[in-house]
Design a binder for this molecule. Structure first.
Ligand code: ADP
Length: 159
């Protein structure tokens, strides 16, 4: 049976940190569904459609990656798509508590889906979409932290 994993997030925008997690997840699973989760409410830089488009662009050369938008609980998406795992990325210890909370609730809903935590690679340890938004707001250079297509999209927003 195909082993499917779901990697949810707000991806506003997708960064090198996310991309690293996606690539590593493709080595562990037969198929990775990256989903833009509509229930993660954060101040948006990009619309959900724009985030989806950018995710499609940056993953187009990776095999076995599907990109989608989902409105509702991630665990419901995972169950519906017969996934066996939810992927999360962990940066500093500060992410830990939130991830543990989400894991506990998901575990209560279904024990069929496990959570796989991938630790952030060193260069991406402090990288977040919020930091990118902050840099964008104040005219900082984000080119080191995001794929080129995202850098261009951000620069277009600035115009
Ligand atoms: P952010 O927290 O940057 O706004 P998301 O809500 O889109 O990003 O995060 C989706 C998932 O990706 C979460 O599990 C988050 O911890 C993980 N993630 C985000 N940035 C990184 C990074 N630089 N390295 C590893 N994991 C990350």
């Amino acid at each position: 049976m195909k082993r499917i994993a779901v990697y949810p997030g707000s991806f506003d925008p997708v960064t090198n940190g996310h991309l690293d997690i996606i690539k590593r997840a493709t080595h562990l699973f037969d198929e990775v569904h990256v989903i833009v989760s509509l229930n993660i409410k954060k101040e948006g830089l990009f619309t959900f459609e724009e985030r989806l488009h950018l995710l499609k662009e940056v993953t187009k050369d990776l095999g076995h990656v599907k990109v989608d938008i989902h409105d509702g609980l991630v665990i419901d998406y995972a169950l519906k798509n017969k996934a066996c795992a939810i992927i999360r990325g962990l940066r500093a210890v500060s992410d830990y508590e939130d991830e543990f909370k989400i894991f506990t609730f998901n575990r209560d809903i279904s024990t069929e889906i496990d959570t796989v935590i991938l630790l952030s690679s060193l260069p991406n340890l402090y990288l977040s979409s919020s930091a990118i938004k902050e840099l964008t707001k104040f005219g900082g250079d984000i080119s080191r932290y995001v794929p080129e297509v995202v850098n261009q999209a951000v620069n277009n927003k600035r115009k």
